[in-house]
Design a protein around this ligand. Structure first.
Ligand SMILES: Nc1ncnc2c1ncn2[C@@H]1O[C@H](COP(=O)(O)OP(=O)(O)OP(=O)(O)O)[C@@H](O)[C@H]1O
Length: 648
């Protein structure tokens, strides 16, 4: 220790004795001074261990829950002391300041006395001070003016209170500091009340997090049940319904919430009897819509821990004698329902209305819309809301396969009908979809020869497998979709007029995203929640700048592109942070043909073709793998292969 330091310590020790005799130092401050002297804290040489911006960011992230929960309380306290030059400070349990509200008004003799985020106010570094001393004493205290061990800090008056976790672990300190001349007796009370409020909020936050997790578990279980589930409150209003339940009752799950059960089951709904009598029942046969919807229903009362009735839960099973549900492979199941179709803009309401109408009929539907607008989603939604919902939904991409293969893909083939044909032959997609729905995606790309065969099938409702003359009757509902303007294709002679009219019985047009920007915020939130579930993360917040940047983009790739942009951003965001505008990585806008191309820049088309070729090479021609490398759909990669005439 230097001679100067020894002198300083000696002086401090003498001062301590003097102050003790005059009774100027509180017991707490005196004990702290003794600790400082024992630790040889040199009052003339301050050891600075403050943090840089990057370390501070990390530390704040590690304490994100605490900082988030403490901020409103700190702001409340600050509003009380606003304009008085007082600062509200939150430190972690090592004395590092995480958040400081307010500017110091009175001149500060030394930068060391400043309270700023990242500074360390541990007692062993800054001598006696409210934050550091509170961390040692673990109780509320005030350190006023000359009670500070370092002279630089003696212009301050500081009150601090510890913040404990529900398990009693010391987490942080809440502190209020200001000019000692304006000391007031309320300061200590304020930080104590503030620390208590933060502790309560932390507990609540924890309970909320647990509640949210258990809600998510139960919701996932309910939604993945193969039986229908409907929960009503004591008044008979629906509070929860799963997709299967909604399908059995022929309603949309979203619209069913809040409806009275009698709206679906009539006034004699068995569950209303259960609510009145408390008598549970099992496998009661229920017929609705004149027998069109027939199912078995079991129901029981729900009671809370005190035995109070809080509603009833009904389990619905489709009646096996009614149109029997087949046990379908996943490739023949439709995943989406109308509930997953987000958008309340006028344009989208119109589309939804048309789709709901189509689900009540079995006529052919033609869906038109740009790529990524949700054509397949709507097709699946129509199937799932239709009377064929328990039956197969089989999709065929008419652009993906060559003309010869498309015929056998659709109609199947007999053994030996061509080289490489399977032994015993194979049924086609039309046969697989029998009783259900056949989704003909990218119908506009169907070769003309094939269009003739499809037209025949639609007229005669019969098919022959390739290589066979035996006719097979089929019962399929057709939903066709295309990103092309089919009417124009008819005029240009690329699409048969008669087939167009056969398909265009119930037309549905999906507007591109740029024409319904009102839907973007809801879509973005929906996609964040959907992707969070997939990543097993808590849903992240979306900053308004992120949203604004999204709203000013043209979205050529529509909702699929929006989904990709959000997925990319979610891979960049740290836990607890919001999606920000910097995380948006949008595809560059194409330049007009006559635009001068500066050095180092190449036409987008050229780069795109190169990327498609490279992805196909890397994935050895595996289309699924290549499309996922490029972040585009299979349909889009097929289109690109065709557009650039790439040989796979
Ligand atoms: N209204 C919507 N609400 C929520 N998600 C949507 C909506 N529309 C589309 N999506 C999502 O966007 C993605 C693309 O949708 P989909 O595959 O149905 O589009 P598409 O028009 O059939 O595309 P393509 O023409 O390329 O085959 C899917 O992940 C789908 O779930």
């Amino acid at each position: 220790m230097s001679v100067r330091a020894e002198q300083e310590l000696m002086a401090a020790s003498e001062r301590l004795n003097r102050e003790l005799q005059t009774g100027q130092l509180s017991q707490i401050a005196a004990n702290s001074w003794r600790r400082c002297l024992q630790l040889n804290v040199d009052p003339s040489r301050h050891v600075r261990v403050d943090m840089g911006a990057r370390e501070l960011k990390k530390r704040i992230e590690a304490h994100q829950d605490l900082v988030t929960v403490a901020t409103p309380t700190m702001e409340n306290i600050y509003n009380f002391v606003n304009d008085s030059g007082f600062q509200v400070v939150l430190s972690d349990n090592h004395g590092y300041l995480l958040k400081v509200l307010g500017e110091r008004k009175t001149p500060c003799p030394s930068t060391l006395a400043r309270l700023f985020p990242g500074a360390n106010w541990n007692e062993s570094l800054r001598g006696t001070n409210a934050i550091g001393t509170c961390l040692v004493e673990r109780k509320p205290l005030k350190i006023h003016a000359s009670e500070h061990f370092f002279e630089e800090n003696q212009t301050l008056t500081c009150s601090a209170a510890p913040i404990f976790s529900p398990e009693g672990e010391l987490l942080a300190v809440l502190n209020l500091s200001g000019d000692h001349r304006y000391a007031n007796d309320l300061a200590l009370g304020m930080v104590v009340a503030g620390a208590n409020a933060i502790e309560n909020q932390l507990q609540l936050h924890r309970v909320n997090t647990k509640l949210y997790a258990s809600y998510k578990y139960s919701d996932t279980i309910i939604q993945s049940m193969s039986e229908g589930l409907v929960i009503v409150d004591p008044a008979g209003e629906i509070t929860k319904i799963n997709q299967v339940g909604a399908r059995i009752l022929g309603v949309s799950a979203r619209e069913a919430i809040g409806l009275h059960i009698s709206k679906m089951f009539g006034d004699n709904a068995p569950v209303l009897d259960l609510l009145r009598t408390g008598i549970a029942y099992e496998n009661k046969e229920v017929m609705l819509d004149g027998g069109q919807r027939a199912f078995y229903c079991s129901a029981t009362l729900l009671r809370d821990d005190y035995g109070q009735m809080i509603g009833a839960v009904s389990v619905l099973r489709p009646r096996s004698s009614s149109k029997r549900s087949r046990c379908l492979p996943t490739t023949q199941r439709a995943r989406y329902s109308f509930d997953e179709m987000i958008g309340d803009s006028d344009a989208m309401k119109k589309t939804r209305h048309m789709a709901e109408r189509a689900s009540r009929s079995l006529s052919t539907v033609l869906i038109q819309g740009e790529s990524g607008t949700g054509k397949e989603l709507i097709a699946q939604g129509i199937h799932n809301a239709s009377s064929r919902h328990g039956q197969p939904f089989v999709a065929v991409n008419c652009a993906a396969i060559t003309e010869t293969l498309l015929e056998s893909e659709l109609f199947g083939y007999e053994e030996g009908s061509f080289t490489g044909a399977k032994k015993g032959g194979q049924p086609g997609k039309v046969e697989m979809a029998n009783g259900g729905t056949l989704f003909l995606d990218e119908i506009g790309d169907m070769p003309l020869q094939m269009q003739v065969k499809l037209l025949r099938m639609l007229q005669e409702r019969r098919i022959c497998r390739v290589g066979s003359s035996e006719e097979i009757s089929i019962d399929v509902r057709i939903i066709a979709a295309t990103h092309q303007n089919l009417k124009q294709a008819v005029q240009e002679g690329c699409f048969r007029k008669d087939l167009y009219y056969r398909l265009n019985v119930l037309p549905i047009t999906i507007p591109p995203l740029r024409e319904r920007m009102d839907d973007l915020p809801a879509l973005a939130k929906f996609l964040v929640t959907k992707l969070s579930g997939r990543f097993g993360k808590e849903p992240v917040a979306i900053s308004s700048l992120f949203m604004r940047a999204c709203q000013s983009y043209d979205w050529p790739g529509n909702i699929r592109e929006l989904e990709n942009v959000i997925e990319r951003a979610m891979n960049m965001v740290d836990d607890g942070d919001a999606l920000t505008a910097e995380m948006i990585d949008l595809d560059p806008v194409e330049l007009p043909a006559d635009h001068a191309i500066p050095d180092g820049v190449r036409p987008l088309k050229e780069v795109e073709m190169e990327m498609v070729v490279r992805a196909l090479e890397m994935s050895r021609g595996n289309i699924v793998h290549a499309s996922s490398l490029l972040g585009i759909s299979r349909n889009t990669i097929y289109r690109k292969i065709k557009e650039y005439d790439i040989v796979v």
